[in-house]
Design a protein around this ligand. Structure first.
Ligand SMILES: O=P(O)(O)OC[C@H]1O[C@H](O[C@H]2O[C@H](CO)[C@@H](O)[C@H](O)[C@H]2O)[C@H](O)[C@@H](O)[C@@H]1O
Length: 346
């Protein structure tokens, strides 16, 4: 009986976008909101939804909810230093139609600030470092923009990272920081590509080109289906003149990136190293992200057998993550719980 209700409610939640599926308040929310199972039966094809749900339930067994696994994660953290890594779009904010309007909620800001009070915390995003900072506006967090190619992290004199890519900086309080930009020499070419990309695609309606510092995003969320082919062709033809760059694909976005061996996984390692946890077993990194690019960081954690890679997804996906969270609202619950847990154990 309970199983039936579970399945029906999951179908309903997928259909109507409610987020109260797992973790705290799952059944209680369903009841207080007075959601009746028959509403779902009338509005959807039960067979299709049941098939999708059973795939998702199966996937959840392999990538359990980090909210459900919370106690286990905290048990593993005993005697270790937790370090938090967060992606931005799709993790700290829901995916929205206008990239410039992916604002972070005050609740999320306060939750991220809450964990950053207790643990070193970094946001690693595909956006430019400054843009992420403008959205987040928390000074106690480290920022890595351009998929990790522009990191503002702890001060460092580590020999393993080339000095020419480092610049010293000060934060607002006057504390020392280090800026690491391993794709520095690509900047002039990136400016050229940006210019050509803007000119070359200006006749296609709906294209939005975002300058991400060391990468460029060509958004096609608002491009008509028939125009996608010509757009991709144009992007590839500009790129053909720049063999030291390559194209990757994200959520309704084509991204142009310098072809260096540096990604979010390298950024995670860099930050762990500069925080003083190089090859340390006394650290427990928790990395939460929703995108393909976050898989590079998941891979590093899995290879090192370290911490918890957590994917944000409400559908089954190929992933190296160990746990999952359904959407940014579950990320919020997880972060709040983490800050409460550490305050309670202080
Ligand atoms: O690494 P991330 O922080 O996840 O950044 C990846 C890309 O995110 C943004 O684009 C995506 O989110 C937009 C806002 O929700 C959405 O409109 C767009 O369709 C998505 O692709 C950002 O604008 C890109 O520059 C980032 O590379």
């Amino acid at each position: 009986m309970r199983d039936n209700f579970d399945r029906l409610y999951m179908g309903f939640s997928r259909l109507f976008g409610t987020t109260a599926r797992y973790g705290v308040g799952y059944f209680s929310r369903a009841r207080t909101d007075k959601i009746e199972p028959h509403e779902y039966i009338e509005d959807g094809n039960p067979d299709e939804l049941n098939a999708a749900d059973s795939k998702y339930s199966y996937w959840l067994k392999e990538h359990p909810s980090a909210l459900r696994a919370f106690q286990g994660i905290m048990k593993a953290a005993v005697g270790k230093q937790i370090v938090i890594f967060l992606d931005y779009d799709g993790t700290l904010t829901p995916i929205v139609d206008e990239p410039d309007r992916a604002f972070m909620s005050d609740a999320m800001r306060s939750a991220v600030g809450g964990v950053a009070k207790h643990f070193p915390t970094a946001i690693i995003s595909g956006r430019s470092r400054n843009k992420v900072y403008q959205f987040v506006k928390l000074d106690e967090v480290y920022y890595a923009g351009s998929h990790g190619m522009d990191i503002m992290g702890p001060p460092t004199k580590l020999k393993s990272y080339e000095g020419k890519y480092h610049t010293n900086a000060l934060d607002k309080k006057g504390d020392e920081l280090s800026i690491f930009q391993p794709a520095k020499e690509f900047l002039p070419a990136i400016r050229e590509i940006l210019d050509k990309m803007k000119k070359g695609t200006s006749d296609i309606e709906g294209v939005l080109i975002e300058d991400n510092g060391f990468c460029i995003s060509v958004h096609y969320r608002h491009v008509a289906h028939v125009d996608y082919g010509p757009l991709e062709k144009k992007v590839l033809s500009v790129l053909a003149g720049y063999p030291r760059f390559h194209l990757t694909r994200g959520k309704k976005v084509l991204e142009i990136r310098p072809s260096i061996q540096w990604n979010k996984g390298n950024a995670l390692v860099y930050l762990l190293d500069t925080l003083g946890f190089a090859s340390s077993s006394s650290v427990l990194p928790i990395y939460i992200g929703d995108d393909k690019t976050d898989e590079d960081a998941f891979k590093v954690l899995r290879r090192r057998g370290l911490g918890y890679p957590i994917i944000v997804s409400s559908a089954p996906r190929d992933t190296l993550a160990l746990c999952s969270l359904q959407d940014p609202s579950e990320v919020l619950s997880f972060l709040i719980r983490l800050a409460r847990w550490v305050s309670a154990s202080d």
